[in-house]
Design a protein around this ligand. Structure first.
Ligand SMILES: NC(=O)c1ccc[n+]([C@@H]2O[C@H](COP(=O)([O-])OP(=O)(O)OC[C@H]3O[C@@H](n4cnc5c(N)ncnc54)[C@H](OP(=O)(O)O)[C@@H]3O)[C@@H](O)[C@H]2O)c1
Length: 248
């Protein structure tokens, strides 16, 4: 089997996803970054001297066939030692927005949030964990959110987003338990990136304290540093950008 020097980023068109692609491509130990996105340009680019090759392709987390096709493409590249899912949905131009009260709940919209925030990353795990090395360290991470913590929920609101991120955390933990049976050094975790200046947070940045709105590159670098410090005993848990654990 060829050396596992590949990395995969799902959601490469997003603020954090693009930053993860750049940061992973700049790592000497990474030979290829498979940058998967639902939109954005697909041209292949070399990221600079000594950097990895970036291969861009499509994925839609609501279409499992596209996830399977992306995994088939990944099989033709260096096996992935890192898979980072940086997709997410909170609001959309068609009127999807976080619910402030039960009266605002809408079944179809909640189903959409769950499809992108919970089921989609789990399907990525279904198709990509089997491609990751059984020997040596391997990292599967999905960007979650602190608001997905049930015990930390003191403010209420944002029903669908919160619940779908809580579901994501449970799916990651369950996958971590299964994966540990075949990949003893596997690390499967959720990540909280802090409040990051991206399209997702833009309508809600008003109350963010001075100095706590992160640049996407800064947040991605912090999260990769956190991942570097995690071991198999941490698998199944959720960690914030500062390395602290987010409670379940
Ligand atoms: N920004 C923050 O302050 C913050 C805080 C806590 C957690 N997070 C989490 O961080 C992650 C990254 O978000 P971001 O801040 O970088 O937001 P973003 O810039 O809006 O990126 C979201 C990404 O998700 C992709 N996506 C949405 N639906 C998809 C689908 N069906 N299939 C494939 N891709 C899909 C988007 O693709 P398109 O470009 O095609 O729409 C986009 O690339 C999310 O999980 C979010 O919940 C962010």
């Amino acid at each position: 089997m060829p050396e596992a020097r590949g990395a995969v980023v799902v959601g490469a068109s997003g603020g954090l996803g693009a930053a993860f692609v750049d940061a992973l491509a700049a790592r000497g130990e990474v030979s290829t970054v498979l940058a998967l996105s639902r939109s954005g340009p697909l041209d292949e680019s070399a990221a600079g001297p000594g950097s990895a090759r970036i291969v861009r392709a499509r994925i839609d987390l609501t279409d499992e066939a596209s996830i399977a096709a992306a995994a088939a493409l990944a099989r033709t590249l260096a096996p992935p030692r890192w898979v980072i899912v940086a997709t997410g949905l909170l609001h959309a131009p068609d009127g999807l927005r976080p619910e402030k009260s039960l009266a605002m709940l809408d079944g179809a919209r909640m189903a959409r949030l769950f499809a992108v925030n919970a089921t989609g990353p789990a399907l990525v795990a279904k198709h990509f964990l089997p491609l990751m090395p059984r020997e040596g360290r391997a990292v599967f991470a999905a960007v979650s959110a602190r608001v997905g913590s049930i015990s930390d929920n003191r403010l209420g609101g944002w029903y669908g987003y919160r619940a779908s991120k809580a579901a994501l955390n449970m799916l990651l933990r369950t996958a971590a338990i299964e994966w540990a049976r075949t990949a003893r050094e596997g690390v499967c975790v959720g990540l909280h990136p802090g409040t990051v200046d991206t399209a997702l947070s833009r309508p809600f940045q008003g109350g963010v304290p001075e100095g706590r709105l992160f640049d996407a590159a800064d947040s991605a670098a912090k999260l990769l540093a956190v991942l570097d410090g995690l071991g198999p005993a941490d698998s199944g848990r959720v960690f914030a950008w500062d390395g602290t654990e987010v409670p379940a």
